[in-house]
Design a protein around this ligand. Structure first.
Ligand SMILES: O=C(CO)[C@@H](O)[C@H](O)COP(=O)(O)O
Length: 221
């Protein structure tokens, strides 16, 4: 069985109690904290920045996975690295120089990844596989939590899984958007190994019950 990771998106957490929320979700079994950064420019929403990343760091030991929905990307990368991010991903169409942005993330001591919106073609992977530690497939259009999973994303996950296997590299394949207990196994069967879930976890009173139910689904894949 592949190593499966559950990455709750704090976009759906109670921001007024964020430290407690991240502690609780890690205690409930989260492997990664997914941290959504939106700039009201690349996406029509505005969320949180490096200061909040730094503030939650003392509360959790697990990796913090920063998903940059910002344009441009480069000038904020060192700030998130200093704020103790472990993984930083960005959208290829938001960077002028994709190879340079990936290298900048690694030079700042973080693992690097690219994010693909539902309509973003995979050709952006062509010349940078050796610089990737994560590929994130969006199964909703970015900007908001609580949207419905777009089934077409499964084909894209399959195509990326093939590319990763052919590359022989150890690259995490993450899926994000509308992931629930009911569809997590389908995403895993398509080839995903890391699952972002916001409203499915933070929208319920018992985080452990949801994460356990997701793991039970994954155990049957
Ligand atoms: O990046 C995003 C949205 O842009 C996601 O991380 C969402 O926050 C996931 O939320 P759910 O779809 O799981 O509620």
């Amino acid at each position: 069985m592949p190593t499966y990771r559950i990455a709750p998106s704090i976009l759906s957490a109670d921001f007024a109690r964020l430290g407690e929320e991240v502690r609780n979700v890690v205690a409930a079994g989260a492997d990664i904290i997914h941290f959504d950064v939106m700039d009201n420019h690349y996406v029509p929403n505005l969320t949180i920045g490096p200061l909040v990343c730094e503030a939650i760091r003392p509360h959790v030991q697990v990796p913090i996975d920063v998903h940059l929905m910002v344009k441009p990307v480069d000038r904020i990368i060192p700030d998130f690295a200093k704020a103790s991010a472990n993984i930083i991903t960005f959208h290829p169409e938001a960077s002028e120089h994709i190879d340079r942005s990936l290298q900048l993330i690694r030079d700042n001591g973080c693992r690097a990844g690219l994010v693909f919106n539902p309509a973003t073609p995979l050709h952006y992977l062509d010349h940078v596989m050796d610089k990737l530690d994560m590929i994130l497939i969006m199964s909703v259009n970015p900007g908001f939590g609580g949207q419905s999973f777009i089934p077409e994303a499964l084909k894209k996950i399959e195509a990326v899984r093939k590319r990763i296997d052919e590359s022989g590299r150890d690259i995490m394949l993450e899926v994000d958007g509308g992931i629930k207990i009911e569809n997590i196994a389908a995403a895993a069967r398509a080839g995903a190994d890391t699952f972002v879930a916001g409203s499915a976890i933070f929208g319920k009173p018992d985080y452990k019950a949801v994460i356990d139910a997701m793991r039970a689904q994954l155990a049957q894949v």
